[in-house]
Structures are given as structure tokens and as C-alpha cells.
Design a protein around this ligand. Structure first.
Ligand code: NDP
Length: 296
């Protein structure tokens, strides 16, 4: 089975759009997401544009603030403080990376946790690691006791759910230990009842570990690194990687897709797998922040 993230994301967005269309009558307004873009990095500009398109599609009001690359850190902090205290703003996202003279950790820490739609502020990270459960965005119609969780890991979990794969009791192996993907996806898999092994660049006998995985999540950023001999027959393989194949210039994941697809029970393609789910989970996180905001 090829897990088609694009079509799953499209159908989630369509049902989210329907839910959000009822919000103005019920709550007097639509959800509002503020996106802060500092500088003119073309990749960041494209990601922000894609977020604008997704917001429009689902009915979330988008407020993109574009600041010049030489904006002082203090000015960015002041902008965030103003958004934090604006009751009409439900979600705040700072597009990363930031210019070198700005401390990402100070900026992230300044976002009000209840508006942190990326789920990366220290308070939300702490909740993810201290609570035994976290609601996968969009799976609870009344998310009042939940909190935002990082979008890409959330997208991986939602893909598993939509594909009918339950991690409970399974062996899961996560390749990569970054704060934005590897670690949070490992915690979400633990929450879901999997026994989780996290591998990284210092891991010995990697293939031996990955071959034990019922669910293998690859998030290392190395083109087609996961080959068929590293995968157990019948495993589920989630490919988070977004790479450019140095030989062909073509976009590819961390998984050698064709060979692994012949061996695995299910695999996500790149493009069209985890990528579309990330932005979709951002929309779900924003809708959940809105509901908690208007219901408080
Ligand atoms: P990072 O570079 O932050 O982390 C990579 C991780 O992979 C590190 O933990 C590193 O280990 C590990 N690693 C690197 N080489 C090896 C190796 N040979 N064997 C085992 N482990 C290794 O990357 P991110 O987590 O930010 O991103 C991972 C990939 O996911 C990238 O391709 C990125 O583009 C993609 N991505 C996709 C998203 C989406 O929406 N689909 C969103 C975010 C990222 P160590 O810690 O020891 O250095």
C-alpha cells in the first residue's frame, strides 16, 4: 500500500473547511493565524505562501507580517508580544530559520503557548514529554484539554491513523533525534503504545535495528538512505525526508522508495506523503487554538 498523504491531506482540509465554515455563525468570527517572516530566504517565502494558500482553502484568516532581514531581535519580540495580547489572533507561527543575529530559542520562547501552532514553545514541549497522551490535531471535536503538538510528527501519526495502522504493541524505530521531528514523533509513538527505539548518527548496527521495526520512521535528511535490506518484510515505512537527489536533481525522501515499496506493507512517497500533512496539521492546530480561545 502506498499511503497517499496528498489525498488524505486534501480530504482532511475539505472536512476542516466545512467545520470552520460554521464558526462565524457560532462564535462570531473565523480562526486567525499570524505568520511572521523575517528576511527574504526564497524557501521560507515559498513555505509562507503555501501556508497562505492552505489558510484560504480552509477558511482561516491569514495575517502574514513580512519583516526585513536586518530587523532587530527586540523588534521581533515586540511584534510577538503584540500578537500574544491580541485576542483576535488565535495562532502565531514564526517561519524558521531566522536571520543569524536573532536567537531562535528566545523568539520561540516568547510565543504564548496557547497560540504556538507549531507546538515548539518550551511549555508545549514540556507538556508533550510529561503527559502520557496528546491529542492528534483534528481527532477531537472539542479539544479544550489538548495543546498544540509539532506539525510534522502530528502529520506522521495522523497518516498512520488514516491508513488504519495502530502502533499499539508494535516495535517502532525512528531514524533521527531532532527536536522538530525525531524526538516528538518518538514520544507520540510511545503515547500510542509502541515500543520505540530512536537511532541517530552514532547508532551502531543501524540496519539490524531497523530490520526489527514494524513501523519505521525516517527523518535524517539523506537521499534514499533507507534501502530494502534495512526493512522488515511487511513493515510500515513513513518517510519524512525531503532531499534533492544529487545525481538527478529530483526531489526524494530518505527512503529508497521503489525497492522498499516492494518489501514493506505500506510506505509514504516523497513528494506526496508526510509533506502535505504538515501544513494540514498546522491548519488543524490553528482551528484547535481558536476553539480553546473562544471557549475560555
Ligand atoms: P536534522 O538534520 O535536524 O536531524 C537529522 C537527524 O538524523 C539527526 O538526529 C542525525 O543524527 C540523524 N542522522 C544523520 N545522519 C544519520 C545517519 N547516517 N544514520 C543515522 N542517523 C543519522 O533534520 P530534521 O529532523 O530537521 O529533518 C529530517 C528530514 O526531514 C530532512 O530531510 C528534512 O528536510 C525533512 N523534514 C520534512 C518535513 C516535512 O514536512 N515533510 C518537516 C521537517 C523536516 P545526530 O543527531 O547524531 O546528528
Amino acid at each position: 500500500m502506498i499511503i497517499n498523504g496528498k489525498s488524505i491531506a486534501d480530504s482532511i482540509k475539505a472536512s476542516l473547511a466545512e467545520r470552520i465554515s460554521a464558526f462565524p455563525a457560532k462564535y462570531g468570527r473565523s480562526p486567525r493565524l499570524a505568520v511572521l517572516l523575517v528576511g527574504d530566504d526564497p524557501a521560507s517565502a515559498k513555505y509562507v505562501h503555501n501556508k497562505e494558500i492552505a489558510c484560504e482553502r480552509v477558511g482561516i484568516e491569514n495575517l502574514t507580517l513580512r519583516l526585513p532581514a536586518d530587523t532587530a531581535e527586540q523588534q521581533v519580540l515586540e511584534r510577538i508580544a503584540a500578537l500574544n495580547s491580541d485576542p483576535s489572533v488565535d495562532g502565531i507561527l514564526v517561519q524558521l530559520p531566522l536571520p543569524k543575529h536573532i536567537s531562535e530559542s528566545r523568539i520561540i520562547a516568547s510565543i504564548a503557548p496557547e497560540k504556538d501552532v507549531d507546538g515548539i514553545s518550551p511549555a508545549n514541549v514540556a507538556r508533550l514529554w510529561t503527559e502520557r497522551s496528546a491529542v492528534i490535531p483534528g481527532t477531537d471535536p472539542d479539544p479544550k484539554d489538548s495543546f498544540p503538538i509539532p506539525c510534522t510528527p502530528a502529520g506522521c501519526m495522523r497518516l498512520l491513523k488514516e491508513a488504519g495502522i495502530n502502533p499499539d504493541g508494535k516495535n517502532a524505530v525512528v531514524l533521527g533525534r531532532s527536536n522538530i521531528v525525531g524526538l516528538p514523533v518518538a514520544k507520540l509513538l510511545l503515547n500510542a503504545g509502541a515500543t520505540v527505539t530512536v537511532c541517530h548518527s552514532r547508532t551502531k548496527d543501524l540496519a539490524e535495528i531497523t530490520r526489527r521495526a514494524d513501523i519505521l520512521v525516517a527523518a535524517i535528511g539523506k537521499p534514499r538512505f533507507v534501502t530494502a535490506d534495512m526493512v522488515k518484510e511487511g513493515a510500515v515505512v513513513i518517510d519524512v525526508g525531503i532531499n534533492v537527489d544529487p545525481a538527478s536533481g529530483v526531489l526524494c525522501g530518505d527512503v529508497d522508495f521503489d525497492a522498499v515499496a516492494a518489501r514493506a506493507a505500506a510506505v509514504t512517497p516523497v513528494p506526496g506523503g508526510v509533506g502535505p500533512m504538515t501544513i494540514c496539521m498546522l491548519m488543524e492546530n490553528t482551528a484547535a487554538c481558536f476553539l480553546r480561545n473562544v471557549n475560555k
